[in-house]
Every structure is written in C-alpha cells, then in structure tokens.
Write a protein that binds this ligand. Structure first.
Ligand code: COA
Length: 319
C-alpha cells in the first residue's frame, strides 16, 4: 500500500475568504477541517509517487506487474492514460495498462477488476492506483462543492496466492438514472448536438452536486453494498475488524457505525484532514493505517465506495 497527498493544505478559514461559508458549517455538515490541494503536481505525478511506495511496500518491482489499473475522473489527458504513463515510469514492461472511471467507487470497482484477473489466472501481480486532482474540476465560487473535495493518490498491490486470505467477496452496482446528481462535463460543449445552438460554457467541466440527493442515495446504497459483501463472504458485521469507507462525509461514516452497532474506532476516519478525494480516499486510508501499524495479518477489512455515476460497491478483504 502507498499514498501521496500534496503538501498544500486548504483550510476552512481560507475557504471563508473565498465563498460565503464558515468553519462551523463545514465541520458540522461534513467533518472536514482541511484538504490537500495539488499546486505543482500533475495527476500522473501523484499516481507515480503512490505506486512507487506501494511497490516498495509489496517488495516487488515494476517489471513484475502484469496489470496496472488507474481509477480517476481527472486524468491529465484522455490519451495517453495515466496507467500508460505509469507503465513507462515504473518500467513495467510486461504489464497491460488502462484507466477506468467509476468516480468515487473507482477503487472498489478496480479491486474487483484485480480480483477477476487474478482469479481467472490472467495476472499474478496487479497494481490499482486511485488518483484524483479534483481541484482542477472544482468551482471555487460554488460553496456547495468547494468545501468538500481535495486531491491525492493511493495505491494497492494485489498478488496471486494459494492462501485462503485475500479478496473474500465483492459486490458492485450502479444507479445511472441518478447520474445528474453528481455531474462534471467532459469535452467542452461548443455546439449543442440537438439544437445546434453554439454555447460555450466555461463551467462545463466543473463538478455540480445535488448534495442532499446524493446523501439520500447513500443512506440505502452503502448499507446495501455492505450487507451483500458480508453475505457473499458468509460473515457478520461483527466479524469485520475495520470498515474503510469512502470518505465522503463524516455523517455517512457515523450513520454506518450506528446502523451496524459498531464501536466508532472500527470505522476509519481521515476526512477531517484530507476532505473527499473521490476514488483515492480508501487507498489513502489503507496506506495511512498500514503506516500507523493498525493493519495485522488475519484481520478482515470491509471497503465500501459510493458516489458519481451514481455507483456503489463493497468488498471484504482478509489481510
Ligand atoms: N457553507 C454554508 N452554507 C452552505 C454551504 C456552505 N459551504 N453549502 C451549502 N450551504 C447552504 C445551502 O445553500 C442551504 O441553504 P438554504 O437552506 O438557505 O437553501 C443550506 O446550507 C443547506 O444545504 P443542503 O445542501 O441541504 O445541506 P446538507 O445538510 O445536505 O449538507 C452536504 C450539504 C453537501 C454536506 C451534504 O448534502 C452531503 O454531504 N451530501 C453527500 C455528498 C457526497 O457524499 N458527495 C460525494 C459523493 S462522492
């Protein structure tokens, strides 16, 4: 496991200078105190740093990788993909490489990809890198989004093994009919393909979020993913040592702890320091937990991601 987060800290008090908000509102509604923002770092540079740390932690070289999957909604370019840049920089000469996008569920979806390639015998070593430079698509005049999102990268190496531990179950779903609730445009709209109107919307690429609709969606989606991942692993909620959920909002993390009767320490939280880094948030948590010595062999971790698409999913992993 490995992570990279930019040096620059965007604090709530700095945001108070940019938009009509307050530290009190942000902390009460989201649990966020500060988030990291890339100033000089590109998406691929953050991804590379996290990937190098994960490879070093896994004690394997880039040459041993068979597959590089990068999840991101903010690649530096559509082609080459971030994954191909990493393939070159890591010297991964035997690897196939591609980017995928499942927004905030990206890490969990990519973990399912890694699991599938490994169990099909198509790959032995897979690196999943989740990286987001959300500051490049956040409108810093929109108080409903700019207080939430941050930048960063996290990476995990999955390796084939005969042991029974590893990825015990996965469960992924999507709810495309709610896609408009979390929208960021891709190509600039210069001409409406239907009416032919020429409209250049300089804010087309910015994230727009119907926050309370997304919140309502998570109230059902997150427990659904947790219940089904547990069921597929034939486990109960109390069998899990750590719940590592997408860091979208502290209130969602608390809701999960309450619903499953968990001690709050079992639900890992770092949203206060990093904000919502979309797909990068779960692997950033995992790398931080490993560094703090919180992860031990034999422990079971439940990861759950949810967000843009809308998408959601969960997996149970035994260390
Ligand atoms: N500072 C101060 N006031 C703000 C604000 C801010 N940064 N952002 C919004 N408000 C205001 C709104 O304008 C609204 O004012 P009004 O009542 O006068 O219209 C009021 O606060 C309540 O807005 P609402 O959107 O209903 O707040 P909320 O309690 O739902 O909290 C979120 C907003 C975004 C924190 C919350 O909806 C959320 O976390 N949703 C889930 C988002 C999420 O997880 N997204 C990522 C998925 S990956």
């Amino acid at each position: 496991m490995g992570a990279y987060t930019p040096e620059y800290r965007l604090t709530n008090s700095r945001l108070e200078e940019l938009v009509d908000t307050s530290d009190e509102w942000i902390v009460k509604r989201t649990g966020i105190h500060e988030r990291r923002i890339a100033q000089n770092e590109t998406t691929w540079q953050m991804a590379l740093s996290a990937a190098e740390k994960a490879l070093s932690d896994a004690k394997i070289s880039g040459e041993e990788l068979d597959l590089i999957v990068v999840s991101t909604v903010t690649p530096d370019s559509y082609t080459p993909t971030v994954a191909c840049v990493l393939q070159d920089k890591l010297g991964a000469k035997h690897a196939m490489a591609y980017d995928m996008n499942a927004a905030c569920s990206g890490f969990v979806y990519a973990t399912d990809i890694a699991d599938s390639y490994i169990k099909a015998g198509k790959a032995k070593n897979v690196i999943v890198v989740s990286v987001e430079r959300l500051s490049s698509i956040v409108d810093y005049t929109d108080r409903s989004t700019c207080v939430i999102f941050g930048d960063g990268a996290g990476a995990v190496v999955y390796t084939a093994s005969e042991e029974k531990s590893g990825i015990l179950s996965t469960y992924m779903r999507a709810e495309g009919s709610l896609g408009h609730c979390l929208f960021a445009g891709a190509l600039p709209v210069e001409q409406d393909p239907i009416t032919g109107d020429r409209t250049i919307d300089s804010k087309h690429r910015f994230l727009k979020m119907a926050g309370s609709d997304v919140f309502r969606f998570t109230a059902n989606a997150v427990p659904d993913s947790i219940d089904n991942a547990l069921k597929r692993a034939d486990l109960n909620a109390s069998d899990i040592d750590w719940y590592v959920l997408h860091q979208a909002n502290l209130r969602i993390l608390k809701m999960v702890a309450e619903r499953y009767g968990l001690q709050k320490e079992k639900v890992y939280v770092n949203i206060d320091r990093f904000g919502n880094t979309s797909s990068a948030s779960i692997p950033i948590c995992l790398a931080e937990m490993k560094e703090k010595g919180l992860l031990k062999s034999g422990q079971k971790i439940l990861i759950s991601g949810f967000g843009g698409g809308l998408t959601y999913g969960a997996a149970v992993i035994e260390l």
